[in-house]
Design a protein around this ligand. Structure first.
Ligand code: RI2
Length: 345
């Protein structure tokens, strides 16, 4: 800890840039969504905090950055791209603050701004590289079946289309938030014919599909894929029908804490995403009506699920494609056993 960092003060006393608060609120509300977009926005917010801070000492700036990172970190728990972004941008924060000679805040400021820019460029480049690798799995005339909206998954289709391949897509709507509509719009912009289906129709359509193509929010050390709820059921049925499941996920989706046995928290979101007030009343009645809301009815809304590695054929990253069981090797190489959380005190 730098000598000049005021000890034990609450985050409320630290001045966070309004962009940090706005970014955190937008991530929580899913106005900014998708694991890669969340990571990019978090890195940008940290850069803004560093760039605009009035902090006069490295210790004070470090305290602000940690508070900003905590605010961003606590928005959504499942996509590891978010803590991985914070880790990258704030790497060696203590060392840089200490080396800043106790007084000169500009070195720390510049380091954080540079690292944020580097992170954002690296992630964008990783996505286009993994897209090229994933495109090699897609042949001319193939049909992919997608779930949710994943920019990593779509990068594979985009690269295949750029290579002149004719690709078609069956797009699951993806209840409750219907991110499949975003996927459908994007694919149409690239000239890819789209058939939009309700989630329950996936098994019926798998007969005419060459690949299930999904993204990931986190990948665990054993190769389990944590992605939008519904992915695991889709993968099981795809295996039953002999359709390969391809997961497109840049290495920022690798969850380093799972190397040491941690499990990935599955976010549970609001009932209102599933059911309107009117729909709820129609089911349980109102307290004034014949039936009453006596608490014996509940809605569960997990945002993600876990697909075991045996149902996944390949994880496509910017470092190549891997059978899920061997992803741990890449994870160790990239993260070592270092799972620092520089946003914690
Ligand atoms: P990219 C999304 O989560 C979906 O689960 C998607 O597969 C994943 O993030 C990865 O997205 P949400 O934010 O990083 O919609 O590939 O809950 O864009």
């Amino acid at each position: 800890m730098a000598d000049d960092e005021p000890a034990g003060h609450p985050d409320a006393d630290l001045s966070l840039h309004p962009d940090v608060e706005a970014t955190a609120a937008a991530i929580a509300a899913m106005e900014i969504r998708g694991a890669a977009a969340i990571a990019d926005a978090a890195a940008a917010a940290l850069a803004t905090q560093a760039e605009t801070s009035d902090a006069e000492t490295p210790g004070a700036l470090r305290a602000e950055l940690r508070a900003a990172a905590r605010r961003l970190h606590d928005t959504r728990p499942t996509a590891v791209s978010l803590p991985n972004a914070l880790r990258y941008v704030l790497k060696e924060l203590d060392e840089v603050a200490a080396a800043a000679d106790g007084r000169d805040v500009s070195t720390l400021r510049a380091t954080v701004v540079e690292r944020a820019a580097e992170f954002r460029e690296t992630v964008a480049a990783a996505q286009s590289r993994l897209g090229r690798i994933g495109a090699n799995r897609l042949r001319d005339g193939d049909t992919v079946l997608t779930h949710c909206h994943s920019t990593d998954a779509l990068a594979c289709v985009e690269a295949a289309v750029e290579d002149g391949k004719e690709i078609e897509a069956i797009v699951k709507e993806t209840r409750p938030r219907k991110q499949g509509h975003i996927t459908a719009r994007q694919l149409r912009e690239w000239g890819v014919p789209v058939t939009l289906i309700v989630d329950g129709a996936a098994r019926r359509h798998l007969r005419s599909v060459d690949h299930v193509l999904v993204g990931a929010d986190s990948i665990a050390a054993d190769g389990s894929v944590i992605n939008k709820v519904g992915t695991s059921g889709l993968a099981v049925v795809a295996r039953e029908q002999g359709v390969p499941v391809m997961v497109a996920a840049a290495t920022i989706k690798l969850h380093p804490e799972t190397l040491t046995g941690h499990t990935v928290e599955i976010e549970r979101r609001a009932e209102s995403e599933v059911l309107t007030d009117e729909e709820r009343t129609a089911i349980v009645g109102s307290n004034e009506g014949e039936r009453s809301d006596d608490g014996s009815f509940a809605v569960d809304n997990p945002a993600f699920d876990v697909t075991p590695p045996r149902f996944v054929d390949a994880i496509v990253t910017e470092r190549g494609q891997f059978p899920p069981e061997s992803i741990v090797t890449l994870m160790r190489e990239l993260f070592g056993e270092d799972v620092a959380a520089p946003w914690t005190r």
